[in-house]
Structure formats: C-alpha cells, structure tokens
Design a protein around this ligand. Structure first.
Ligand code: LLP
Length: 432
C-alpha cells in the first residue's frame, strides 16, 4: 500500500514504522523527527552483502555509502552486518573510526580531499583511498612516505555513461568534476605514473555512474568499459589490476509509480557481465566492490512533522505548513524530488485533498511537496513524509537557526534515540 515495506497502519488507524505507532513516537520524541526502521536497514545491507557472496563467491565487498546517512549508530550497524563503509570527508571518516570501524574496509572518496584529511586517512590505515586527481596522488605519496607507509589506492575513472537520471546527480560523463577521463588518455597516464610510485599501492579502479538509477544496462556497460581499461593497463604495463569498484546508484521507490528492480537482479546481471567479459579479455576475475547508499537507508526512514497553519488560497492552492522544512529536507528545493506524504493520525482515511506541504523557513521555495494528495488535515495533525532516509539528515542545514532533528531508531516496535535533537545552545556554541 505504501512505498516502503516497513510502513503499515495499525488498528487505531495510525501509520506505523517497524511496528511502532508514529503518532506515539511524535508524542514521545516531539516533531520534527527522523525515524528509521533498523530491521529494514539491516535487511537491505544483508541483501547486498549476500548477493555479493552469492554472485562473486565471496570475492567482493558491499560498502555502504555513508553520505546517504551517517551517524555512529549507522556505522555500528554496518560493522555488525560485515559491510564496508564509504566516506567522503574527514567528518564521515572520523565518525566511522570513532566506533572502531575496521580501517581496511573503509573506502575514502572525494574530489578535493584536504591535506589533513589525507594525513588522517594514511595514519589510520584506511584500506582504499579513491584518488581523484594527480595533485591528490602526489600529495598522498608524500604523506605516505613521511609516515613510512604504503597507501592503498584506487583511481576514480569517468566511464562516460549516461545513466538516464536527474541532470544534477549524473556523475559519469567527461564534463564532471569527479575523476579521470578515459577519452583523453588521462586515466592511462595516471595509472602508469602510480604503478611506479613508491609508497603507493594501486589496488584497482573505481567508477560511479549516477544515483537513483532503475536500469541495469548502464551498470553492465560501466563494467565492460572499466574492464576494457583493465585490459589496456595489462597490455601496456604488464600489470593486472586486482579490484573493480562499480560504485552505487541503485534506485528506490519514492512514489508508487517508481519501479526499482530487486537489487539481487542487478548483482546477478552485472556479475555475469563481469565474469564473462573478464574471461573474454583474458583477465582474471577482479575483486568487486559496490557502494550502495540510498538503497540501504532511503526507504527505511521517514520524517514526522506536526501541521501548523493551513492556508487556503481560493482557486489557487492550499498550503499545509509543518514545523520543519528545507533545513531537514532540502531535496525538493534542490531537485524537485518526489515524496509520498501521509497524515499519520488519519492514515486509514482517504487522501482526497490536493495540497502543497510547506516548511517554516523564510523562503518561498521551502516546500516539501507541491500538489500532493493528502487526507483532510488541520493544525495538530502529524504528517509523515515517506522514504526520507537517504540524503535528508545528511544534507540538513541550520538555515534560520532551526535546530537539526533527532534520529529515532525503531526495532520490532521499540524505539530509541540514536542522534539527539540539536538545542539552541548547540547552535550558538561556536559563536564568539
Ligand atoms: N559512491 C560514490 C562514489 C558516490 O558518489 C555515491 C553518491 C554513492 C556511492 C552512493 O550512491 P547511491 O547508492 O546513494 O545512489 N544528494 C543526492 C545524491 C548524491 C549522490 C552522490 N554520490 C540526492 O539527494 O539525491
């Protein structure tokens, strides 16, 4: 009935997540608040991990892209489920290290890692630093030499693939700030440079073709493009690279009309291509890494708000304003992202009004969803916006000095706080 498996309606007609009544959660923890179903997150992590085991015979690693949702508890959950973690800043790396995440399973991304971030990565023995540019390679080599270590790296390659997704989140083409281009020979040049560098161990190559992708073909194509490069490297240097990182990007259901393919299907099809194509090129089967972010947490999270003002503008629209907004969910303002909205305390009533759900920020574009179907609502009702688990908490801001939301984790009907609600004192803490 709803876009996410962990959402249901109980006998009181209230929306539930992971078996917990969302109206009760709103009472207990206040709104606005993010709520996640732990079992759903674990189920998704296991699905990726198990399919890596099944289709790559253990010769692979599922790495959670923590940019989608990063906090200590999420890192602990990944650690318990045996996945790796992808970090993209000193802050994400620090969070993972602070729960003793095994450094060998950390993949460090970023197109402009700072000197200090690279020092932090090398001193903590991060397993794979995905190098984006020559400046980074040279800096890293110096840092590794200073520390008397060998840095394990991969190169980020632009495979030049159009993944049929939103323009803002396409990252695979040549006109992208990420990685090395194939067409210009830039990729081969840097690979040749790295294989002769002391203190650098080139483990393999990485690509990421975009996000919220429903088709499997672009992933298959990316795999072949990357393997062609493996083959050229072998031919030109005699070196056979060991690891192929195919990035993340698997789509999720935001609306009923979205139809993501089961993730095991991606794994099955892509692994077949990797196996057959490696064989065809006379390469040994590489160790394969994938980096799902959105697909692990997106549908496992919701945001709860309380309705305040309801403003009906005759013949134009009705604004239903809530106690959060673009600070906690900037995705509508940024991408016009679709979401399903439900009145949590009237969940079994029909959604027969069309309204615009607005936030409380001082900005006309602060909308959660325009012209969306909703039950007839009034002040005090609880709204749930579904599938907000990815890139909401992680992209939140303090615009208008509105405190960031708490994160409530639900498991088998029981709830706990895993990130506290920010206070006004916290917001002003660094002010002099
Ligand atoms: N690996 C790399 C190198 C990435 O750049 C990304 C996402 C991922 C993995 C995870 O992709 P996912 O499985 O989550 O699609 N803020 C945007 C999404 C930006 C994605 C950036 N990179 C949004 O809210 O839609």
């Amino acid at each position: 009935m709803y876009v996410s498996d962990c959402i249901s309606i109980n006998e009181s007609g209230h929306l539930t997540i992971g078996g917990a009544d969302t109206v009760e959660l709103a009472k207990e923890y206040g709104t606005p608040a993010y709520v996640f179903d732990e079992n759903e997150i674990r189920k998704n992590l296991r699905a990726f991990k198990n399919s890596m085991d099944e289709y790559y015979g253990g010769n692979g690693l599922a790495v959670y892209a923590s940019k989608a949702f990063c906090c200590k508890e999420m890192c602990r959950i990944c650690m318990q489920e045996g996945t790796g973690i992808d970090v993209v800043s000193g802050g994400e790396l620090y969070t993972a290290l602070s729960v003793d995440f095994p450094a060998e399973k950390i993949v460090f991304h970023g197109n402009n890692k700072t000197y200090d971030e690279l020092v932090m990565a090398v001193s903590n023995n991060v397993g794979r630093i995905v190098v984006d540019n020559v400046y980074e390679l040279e800096t890293l080599s110096k840092i590794a030499a200073q520390q008397g270590k060998t840095a394990g790296i991969m190169f980020r390659i632009k495979p030049g693939i159009d993944a049929h997704t939103h323009d803002f989140i396409k990252t695979g083409q040549i006109d992208s700030k990420f990685g090395f281009a194939l067409e210009t020979g830039e990729a081969m040049e840097v690979i040749k440079k790295a294989v002769n560098m002391p203190n650098i161990k080139l483990r393999g190559l990485h690509c990421h073709i975009g996000s919220q992708i429903f088709d499997i073909d672009p992933f298959e194509l990316a795999a072949t493009v990357m393997l062609d490069l493996f083959k050229s490297v072998k031919d030109e240097t005699g070196i056979e690279l060991e690891e192929l990182n195919l990035g993340g990007g698997f789509g999720i259901k935001y609306l009923e009309s979205d139809c993501p393919r089961p993730y095991a299907e991606y794994m099955k099809n892509v692994s077949k291509v990797v196996k057959e194509y490696s064989e065809k090129l006379g390469l040994k089967m590489p160790f394969v890494i994938i980096e799902p972010g959105r697909s692990v947490v997106g549908a496992a999270g919701i945001t709860l708000y309380t309705v305040g003002a309801v403003k009906e503008i005759p013949d134009i629209r009705t604004f239903v304003s809530v106690d959060g907004g673009m600070g906690d969910n900037p995705r509508y303002a940024l991408y016009h992202a679709d979401y399903e909205v439900v009145c949590a305390n009237k969940a079994n009533e029909e959604r027969n009004t069309v309204v615009t759900v607005a936030g409380k920020c001082c900005e006309s574009g602060d909308l959660i969803q325009e012209d969306t179907k909703l039950q007839a609502v009034e002040a005090g009702d609880i709204l749930a916006v579904l599938s907000t688990g990815a890139y909401n908490y992680s992209m939140a801001s303090n615009y208008n000095r509105i405190p960031r939301l708490p994160v409530i984790m639900v498991k088998d009907g029981k709830s706990r706080v895993v990130v506290k609600r920010e206070t006004y004192e916290k917001i002003t803490e660094n002010d002099i």
